[in-house]
Design a protein around this ligand. Structure first.
Ligand code: ATP
Ligand code: MG
Ligand code: MG
Length: 380
């Protein structure tokens, strides 16, 4: 089988790595240069989108901010999985919120904002603090604003207006205002839906963010009370989208309740631990699902954690001497804050995992891994 992935970043690369043993060939469409490349050797090119579509038995995506014209062309070929509607819904917070409401899945209270008056009304009805999020093109905490009791709303609106002005022509206008949720913890569920409509969920993952970007994920299999709640939400969302492939749902945990933050119609950073800690990793399962192959077990093999490597292109090699550690580089050019790679580490039980995590944080330079050491301390 041949698969074309829309997007040529690290997620396409990891799909390609997981696909080789399945005898599935992967090419990736780089939306920036509009060329089809080998995701493991991006200097190898294979023409334009039409040629990519011709190559493919199946077309899928590694990110949700794909222009609608490209999605339409791919959908017309009859090869796109998941559907363009599912991808668009994950890429537009207004569609996403409407879907969550329709599917009856609890999420943070919100209002759609188009004009300054809408914002003033939202402040009145939802109360501060609020998080404002661009409806489109938001990722890694970009395109977000916070409104607190002492915020200067006029200044914030000016900033939003210039952000929207810059995006004009490329994307329709719009933001959403969301109530700031005083969560106890952030967790996510990565799961798979096959072509027959069966859903499979990985164990709930605990996520720690620094400056709006995922920093550490932890899968221990211990959130049994919440697992079923998350799996139910997962099935409702995946069914409502008639989804095929891997889908991720981010939640806020408030007490013993889960509220959806957002969905990602693709393999997800908080599922990278499955490369080492699950029977079948998310990348292999995504490819299996979109190719119509049987989905593999999503069971936890052993407690596993992932640390994101952000903005640096090397770490001390001694991390590899910590038993159970794997290093994954994406082969990208260094930029401040950019996702460059990740470290996975497992343990026979949570105590062993935490001990190994502590060893790793002692080796990693503190400046480049702000927040990781603190978090590991906090949970140890
Ligand atoms: P990504 O796609 O990379 O996960 P994003 O840019 O789509 O990020 P969100 O996930 O919506 O952004 O928000 C980033 C982080 O900001 C969340 O993980 C959470 O820590 C915080 N956050 C977002 N919305 C809220 C909210 N309503 N209440 C409290 N915290 C929030
Ligand atoms: Mg997002
Ligand atoms: Mg998010």
């Amino acid at each position: 089988m041949n698969v074309l992935v829309l997007g040529a970043g690290q997620l396409a690369r990891m799909m390609a790595l997981a696909s080789k043993p399945l005898n599935v060939a992967i090419r990736a469409y780089d939306v920036g240069s509009k060329t089809v490349v080998d995701p493991l050797a991006p200097q190898l090119t294979f023409g334009d989108l039409d040629q990519g579509i011709e190559f493919a038995d199946v077309i899928t995506a590694e990110f949700e901010h794909i222009d609608h014209q490209t999605l339409a062309v791919c959908e017309a070929s009859g090869k796109l999985r998941p559907s363009s509607q599912a991808i668009k819904t994950g890429g537009d917070r207004r569609l996403e919120k409407a879907l969550l409401d329709k599917a009856g899945v609890a999420n943070a209270p919100y209002k759609v904002i188009e004009h300054k008056e809408d914002l003033l009304l939202a402040i009145e009805e939802l109360n501060v603090p609020l998080v404002l999020k661009s409806a489109l093109e938001g990722y890694d905490g970009k395109g977000q604003w916070r409104i607190k009791a002492d915020s200067n709303v006029d200044l914030i609106w000016d900033d939003i207006a210039s952000f929207l002005e810059q995006a004009k022509g490329r994307v329709p206008q719009g933001i959403i205002a969301e109530q700031m949720i005083p969560f106890d913890r952030e967790v996510s569920m990565v799961g798979v839906r096959d072509i027959h409509g069966n859903t499979f969920a990985y164990p709930l993952t605990e996520n720690h963010h620094s400056n709006g970007v995922l920093s550490v994920s932890l899968a221990t299999g211990e959130h049994q009370g919440l697992q079923q709640q998350a799996a139910n939400a997962f099935a409702k969302v995946a069914d409502a989208l008639d989804y095929v492939g891997v889908l991720a749902i981010e939640f806020f945990q408030v007490g013993d309740k889960l509220l959806v933050n957002e969905i990602a119609p693709r393999v997800h950073n908080s599922g990278h631990w499955t490369q080492q800690g699950a029977d079948t990793c998310q990348f292999a399962n995504h490819i299996r699902a979109v190719c119509g192959l049987p989905v593999g077990s999503t069971d936890l093999v052993r407690p596993t954690a992932m640390i994101n490597i952000l903005g640096v292109d090397s770490v001390p090699v001694e991390v590899l001497s910590v038993t159970g550690t794997q290093l994954h580089w994406y082969g990208k050019t260094k930029r401040p804050g950019r996702k460059m790679g990740h470290i996975n580490v497992c343990g026979a039980d949570k105590a062993e995992l935490l001990a190994r995590l502590t060893k790793i944080t002692e080796i990693l330079p503190e400046d480049d891994f702000q927040g990781v050491k603190q978090y590991v301390n906090d949970i140890s």
